[in-house]
Design a protein around this ligand. Structure first.
Ligand code: G3H
Ligand code: ZN
Length: 277
């Protein structure tokens, strides 16, 4: 079942629990994530990034496949366009049945960023789709880690009021694409952001944060927790292990199936942990 992001996050925020958001690159990711949601009975956010669409050459094939997997399930699934920088891609996502988008115009001057984000938010809301934006850049996507970036609570509150977004990604010490889980989050800042901002907060770059740090982040007021690289580590590890064990295998279903199972198990564990925080 597909749901917009907003009601899923508002319910979680009211309950003081976290929601897992994971990136889909291959079809196997989508299948694993939805199976984990079914297994735990918890909602899941299936995210397709602008970069993943670039990898496939287009957004539609992976989006429509992921949409079909989600629609066929009883689990509550949000189909979310992640890190979109171009309004035309957002408009395409609305056509394709996405129920949520993250729009990032932070490369524009502040005034333009607010105006363009507010306009994209209006279009999304007209379509019944939720919108997430980011203030205070969480670095690392370009290979440059910036764990020092911080979002100011007063500015964040103003940005949400000016743009009408449903969720806000904030910089609190994490960095994208980390393959070690040793980042330290600014929990005191999360508490202040939670008090100042009246929409759910989103943690990006969560792969670099250890389990205990993610639990603390949710307890301090983080609602949506975005994890991508960590599941790729699990996926690739399972493929490598399978191929090492069975060097003669040629059927792709064998090792991709092993990877899908491993990602399902780890996603179920993370969904439950974030929910129980
Ligand atoms: O938007 C996606 C997330 O922020 C993922 O970051 O790959 O560092 O977990 P990550
Ligand atoms: Zn991110």
């Amino acid at each position: 079942t597909l749901s917009p992001l907003r009601p899923v996050l508002m319910a979680a925020r009211d309950a003081g629990v976290g929601v897992g958001a994971f990136n889909v690159i291959q079809l196997e990711h989508a299948e694993a994530l939805v199976r984990a949601a079914e297994r735990t009975g918890l909602p899941v956010v299936l995210q397709i990034s602008e970069n993943a669409a670039k990898y496939h050459g287009a957004l539609a094939p992976i989006a429509l496949a992921t949409h079909a997997v989600a629609a066929a399930s009883d689990a509550i699934c949000v189909l979310h366009l992640d890190h979109a920088e171009s309004p035309p891609l957002v408009h395409e996502a609305l056509e394709l049945g996405f129920t949520s988008v993250m729009f990032d115009a932070s490369k524009l001057p502040d005034d333009r960023n607010r105006a363009v984000t507010a306009e994209v938010a209006r279009r999304c809301h007209d379509a019944g789709v939720s919108i997430e934006a980011e203030l205070g850049e969480v670095g690392g996507k370009d290979g440059v880690h910036a764990p020092g970036a911080r979002t100011d609570p007063a500015q964040a509150a103003r940005f949400v009021a000016d743009t009408g977004v449903d969720a806000l990604a904030v910089a609190v010490g994490s960095s994208h694409a980390m393959t070690t889980r040793d980042a330290t989050l600014d929990l005191e800042l999360i508490t202040r952001l939670r008090a100042a901002v009246d929409v759910p907060l989103v943690l990006h770059g969560s792969s670099g944060v250890p389990d205990a740090g993610l639990v603390d982040a949710v307890r301090s007021g983080m609602t949506k927790v975005n994890i991508a690289t960590h599941l790729n580590t699990v996926f690739t590890g399972a493929v490598r292990e399978y191929l090492d064990r069975e060097p003669g295998v040629v059927d792709t279903r064998k090792y991709l199936g092993a990877a899908r199972d491993a990602v399902e198990d780890e996603t179920a564990r993370l969904l439950q942990m974030l929910h129980d925080s």
